[in-house]
Design a protein around this ligand. Structure first.
Ligand SMILES: [Mn+2]
Length: 340
């Protein structure tokens, strides 16, 4: 269980307590999503304590017998000496923690939680793989329904409704770009019309049973210029090379470099301005990261996107993204939608 792993890490770092508010961090440790809760984990053999609203107490006790469940108002003075908390807690929560952990030295819990969450459990792997599968289904349903005369918003709406039909809706705002709009890598769908011949870039992820997915497909224009062809083939080759290379022991920097070197050698290094990939799980962006600076080392059970792109302002944008699971002897691509 992750709580035991966390407690081991805490002893190594001489941490007395970890105080968590983020619902996904709490879910990763307990398996349950609580909207208003604080989880205090102390070193073994102490039982972690979940403080929550009285409305959630019966459910929390039933679902998490390994926790001591208490009402939020019982969260009072605590004499832990070194306490880690999430960097994104509100100022108010921080003041609250300072008051309760009255003699504590505080530090950041992010790195520990990120590394625990990066390596997925079997249930989580199955959950993300299923979300990726449903995402393929949504794309297969939606793309043939794109018709000339539709706007980016219309096409995004087709995808969104398919996500509700087959899953639990969007994991993030669906991105649909017509033509040169794809040069903005996070373009929000607007009223730009598609004439049926222009290029399309679609970045989409459905949420299913609490798990996210993420995939990007670029559809070249009906009549491609030599430049477009060159860029598309380069991105496709860089993406495939990174997929072929990913295996345990590799670092985030190394994986990023596999794709980045190909794009740089092709003459478009400056046009690939973002990281190669990110983890996906309860959230659509989480650890591990594959980038120019990422120190992460890939391990079996990690899930990461591989999504190189080339963006030429006012002209074109190409990105191809798959969701990939690191396995004992390499990796398994979870996104199965065809590429052009
Ligand atoms: Mn992504």
């Amino acid at each position: 269980m992750r709580i035991n792993e966390l407690q081991k890490m805490m002893s190594k770092r001489r941490l007395d307590a970890v105080a968590l508010c983020d619902k996904f961090n709490i879910k990763a440790l307990t398996g349950v999503e609580f909207d208003a809760a604080v989880l205090i984990v102390e070193r073994a053999p102490k039982k972690p304590v979940l403080y929550t609203d009285f409305r959630y107490i019966p459910a929390a006790r039933r679902l998490c017998p390994f926790l001591d469940v208490k009402e939020m108002s019982d969260f009072t003075a605590h004499k832990a000496g070194k306490v880690a908390y999430e960097s994104k807690v509100s100022h108010r929560k921080y003041l609250d923690f300072k008051l309760r952990f009255y003699q504590a030295k505080f530090c950041e819990a992010d790195e520990i939680l990120n590394s625990l969450r990066a390596k997925k459990t079997d249930v989580e792997i199955e959950g993300v793989a299923n979300a990726a599968k449903i995402n393929d289904k949504v794309w297969a349903y939606s793309f043939p329904r794109f018709k000339p005369g539709m706007t980016e918003r219309d096409m995004a709406r087709v995808i969104k409704s398919a996500m509700i039909k087959y899953g639990d809706g969007e994991a993030f705002e669906t991105i649909v770009c017509v033509g040169a709009n794809a040069a903005e890598c996070h373009h929000m769908p607007d009223d730009t019309l598609w004439n049926g011949r222009e290029a399309l870039l679609v970045d989409m992820g459905v949420k299913v049973n609490g798990f996210c997915s993420d995939m990007t497909r670029t559809i070249p224009p009906k009549r491609t210029s030599a430049l477009y062809r060159r860029v598309y083939e380069l991105v496709k080759r860089a993406q495939q090379a990174a997929v072929d290379a990913l295996k345990p022991g590799m670092t985030g920097v190394e994986l990023d470099a596999v794709a980045r070197n190909i794009i740089t050698q092709g003459g478009f290094g400056d046009a690939f301005g973002h990281a190669l990939g990110h983890g996906v799980g309860y959230e659509v962006h989480e650890a591990p990261i594959a980038s120019k600076k990422s120190k992460c080392v890939f391990e079996p059970g990690m899930i990461v996107t591989i999504e190189p792109g080339i963006y030429l302002e006012g002209n074109l944008g190409v990105r191809i993204e798959d969701l990939v699971l690191v396995t004992e002897d390499g990796n398994k691509v979870l996104s199965k939608s065809p590429k052009m």
